[in-house]
Design a protein around this ligand. Structure first.
Ligand code: F6P
Length: 357
C-alpha cells in the first residue's frame, strides 16, 4: 500500500521515532511505500513532498524535531483546502494518510475523513492535553527538562534568598507545570485549570519565609490565570495580537508579571525564567522513544486493519484505537489524582508557624 505521512502543529520530541516505526514496520511487514508530506498540512495542501523510505529514517530515533518539518497550517482556512488535500493524496497514489499531531492537526484529519479520505491519527503534544489517550509522547521529555531547570533555579534562589518563578508551557492544561512542579519540589504550582488569587500566592510565600525558609520556587504554566485578569497587574494575556490559523494566541509573559507582583507584595527579591521552546527541542527521553515507537507501530497496523477515522491511543499499558472524534472532543485537564498529589505535597496557607517545618 502507498501511504502518506505528515507531522503537524508544534514539534515535539519523539516525532522522528514515530515516523521511523511507521516506515520500518510498513516496509518490512506489509511491503508498504511511503510519501512524506512536508511542513504539516501545508505539504498536502501545496503538494510538497519528500522521499520517505528506510534510508530517510536511518539514525533519526534520538533526534528531536521532525524530518518532515511542521507548520500550523489549517487547510480548512484555505479556499477548497480540504479538497486540494484529498486530490494531492490521490495524485501520489496514496490510499491512506497517517497524520501525527495534536488536537488541531487531528481535527483536520477528522474533517478529511468526513470527505472519505482514509486517515489514521497519532497523538502528539508536549502539553499532554489530548483526550482519548493517557499520555502523549514528548510530554515526558518536556517534564524532564522542566524538572532539571527547577532543580537548577533552586540552588541559585537559595543562594540569593530569592523567589524564582519558572514559566513552563501549557496553554490550556497544566500537565507540565504539575508534573515538573511535583518532581522539582516547587513551593507553588499555578495552572490554567485553577485561576489564582495573587494575594494568596503572596501570603503563602510570606508564611513560608516566616517559617524560616529564605527562598521560594513558583512554577507557572504559560496559560495560568490571575483570578481578576492579568491586565489588572500590568501584564498582557498574549504576546502580539495575531492568532495562528487555528485561532490560538501566542502566550507568554505570565512569569515576569508574577515575579514583579510577588516582589511588590512580599518585599522578597524575585526573578523569573521562561523555559519556552527549550522544552520542545532536543533528544527525546527513553520513555518517549518507546511510546512514540509503539504509537507508530499501532498506527501502521490500524491502517492495515482499515481503522480509519481513528487514532492510536495509550490506555494503561496498551496501545488501542479510539475514534478521532473522542480525541478532539475536549481539552484534557490535569487528572484529579495528580492535582491531589500536588495539593498534598505543596505548602499550605495558614499552616501554624509554631509547628515550623
Ligand atoms: O504545541 C503546544 C505548545 O507547545 C504550547 O504549549 C505553546 O503555547 C505553543 O505550542 C507554542 O507554539 P509556537 O511554537 O507556535 O510558539
Amino acid at each position: 500500500m502507498r501511504i502518506g505521512v505528515l507531522t503537524g502543529g508544534g514539534d515535539c520530541p519523539g516525532l522522528n521515532a514515530v515516523i521511523r516505526a511507521i516506515v520500518r514496520k510498513g516496509t518490512f511487514h506489509y511491503e508498504d511505500e511511503f510519501v512524506g508530506f512536508v511542513e504539516g498540512w501545508r505539504g498536502l495542501l501545496e503538494n510538497k513532498t519528500m522521499e520517505l523510505g528506510l534510508t530517510a529514517v536511518g539514525g533519526i530515533l534520538p533526534r528531536g524535531g521532525t524530518i518532515l518539518r511542521t507548520s500550523r497550517t489549517n487547510p480548512a482556512k484555505h479556499d477548497n483546502g480540504l479538497k486540494h488535500c484529498a486530490e494531492n493524496l490521490l495524485k501520489h497514489g496514496c490510499e491512506a494518510l497517517i497524520a501525527i499531531g495534536g488536537d488541531d492537526t487531528l481535527s483536520v484529519a477528522q474533517r478529511l475523513c468526513a470527505i472519505d479520505v482514509k486517515v489514521v491519527g497519532v497523538p502528539k503534544t508536549i502539553d499532554n492535553d489530548l483526550s482519548g489517550t493517557d499520555f502523549t509522547f514528548g510530554f515526558d521529555t518536556a517534564v524532564n527538562i522542566a524538572t532539571e531547570a527547577i532543580d537548577r533555579v533552586h540552588t541559585t534562589a537559595e543562594a540569593h534568598n530569592r523567589v524564582i518563578v519558572v514559566e513552563v508551557m501549557g496553554r490550556d492544561s497544566g500537565w507540565i507545570a504539575t508534573y515538573s512542579g511535583i518532581a522539582g519540589g516547587a513551593d507553588i504550582i499555578l495552572i490554567p485549570e485553577v485561576p489564582f488569587d495573587i494575594e494568596q500566592v503572596a501570603e503563602l510565600i510570606r508564611q513560608r519565609h516566616a517559617r524560616g525558609r529564605y527562598f521560594s520556587i513558583v512554577v507557572a504554566a504559560e496559560g495560568a490565570k490571575f483570578a481578576d485578569g492579568i491586565e489588572k497587574h500590568g501584564g498582557v494575556s498574549a504576546l502580539g495580537a495575531g492568532k495562528d490559523e487555528f485561532g490560538h494566541l501566542r502566550l507568554g509573559g505570565i512569569g515576569s508579571t508574577l515575579a514583579s507582583e510577588i516582589e511588590k507584595r512580599t518585599g522578597f527579591e524575585s526573578r523569573s525564567v521562561v523555559l519556552g521552546h527549550i522544552q520542545r527541542g532536543g533528544t527525546p527521553s527513553a520513555f518517549d522513544r518507546v511510546l512514540a515507537t509503539r504509537y507508530g507501530l499501532g498506527a501502521i497496523d490500524m491502517v492495515h486493519r482499515g481503522e480509519f477515522g481513528h487514532m492510536a491511543a495509550l490506555r494503561g499499558n496498551k496501545i488501542i484505537s479510539v475514534p478521532l472524534a473522542e480525541a478532539v472532543s475536549s481539552n484534557r485537564k490535569v487528572d484529579k489524582e495528580i492535582l491531589d498529589a500536588a495539593i498534598g505535597i505543596l505548602d499550605k496557607l495558614d499552616y501554624k508557624v509554631s509547628k515550623a517545618s
